[in-house]
Design a protein around this ligand. Sequence first.
Ligand SMILES: Cc1cc2nc3c(=O)[nH]c(=O)nc-3n(C[C@H](O)[C@H](O)[C@H](O)COP(=O)(O)OP(=O)(O)OC[C@H]3O[C@@H](n4cnc5c(N)ncnc54)[C@H](O)[C@@H]3O)c2cc1C
Length: 237
Amino acid sequence: MTTNRFAKKAKLENRINHNEKYMQLHFSLMEPFSQPFLAGQYVSIKIGERQDLRSYSICSSPSSLDGFDLLIDVTPHGIGTTFLQNLAIGAEIEVLAPLGKFVLKNDVLDRPIVLIGTGSGVAPLMSMCHQFLENMHGTHLMQLLWGERFSKDFIWLDTLNRLQQEHSNFKFLPTVSRPVEGETFPQGRVTDVLNSLQLIPSTNYYLCGNRSMIEDVSKFLLDKGVWESEIFYEKFY
Ligand SMILES: Cc1cc2nc3c(=O)[nH]c(=O)nc-3n(C[C@H](O)[C@H](O)[C@H](O)COP(=O)(O)OP(=O)(O)OC[C@H]3O[C@@H](n4cnc5c(N)ncnc54)[C@H](O)[C@@H]3O)c2cc1C
């Protein structure tokens, strides 16, 4: 039996306010109780009485079939983020899911992978890390480049450091674009980090973030001789 991928009901089970920028929400599925998804896919949430839609990438591992986590950058303070900030634990929402084609390609186990995210663009990339390293036991090199303005914005550092310790083929490369005095994180934009790497032929690049980052990184990679067919992206806004 195929399930209707639209109009699922989900219940807010938990909220973690990581810092001033990020909130993580855990939803359990109500109808149906279980739904497979691919790392990188997103849900579209019906917001409020006008039923506007807002899209949010799933950041949790696809091995959890009975629910999903979202990472919300609350700083836009628009109708979507305000709705989710005010949503009470136990509240039910309607979602269209799973959506999107920004997923690890079929040859994922045959090639090195570079994941490049800025801001909340790290959300689908985190799901991909879990899928590749923990579920698929991938052995090729996977590098996660994550750019934030400030080091205080980073979250999940324990998880990312653990993944790095447990998987010798995983490298986490954070960078801050607006370093403060005494900055301990590497500084620069994600293109600076890319520039410091030796680009390995046949690597697949997965980009997620805002439009200008996607344009800048794509141009950088194309100028370095990476094929267009090796670059995949999801634009948030
Ligand atoms: C496929 C897809 C997946 C997405 N996944 C996520 C996700 O995992 N986490 C997440 O936080 N957002 C994600 N977004 C963005 C999200 O859908 C909303 O656009 C965002 O939450 C703002 O909605 P809003 O109603 O609060 O603000 P709106 O009133 O719709 O927008 C307010 C302003 O904020 C800008 N804006 C939108 N997103 C951001 C942002 N992250 N940072 C700064 N400015 C922004 C918009 O361009 C607009 O000018 C995703 C978007 C797409 C298309």
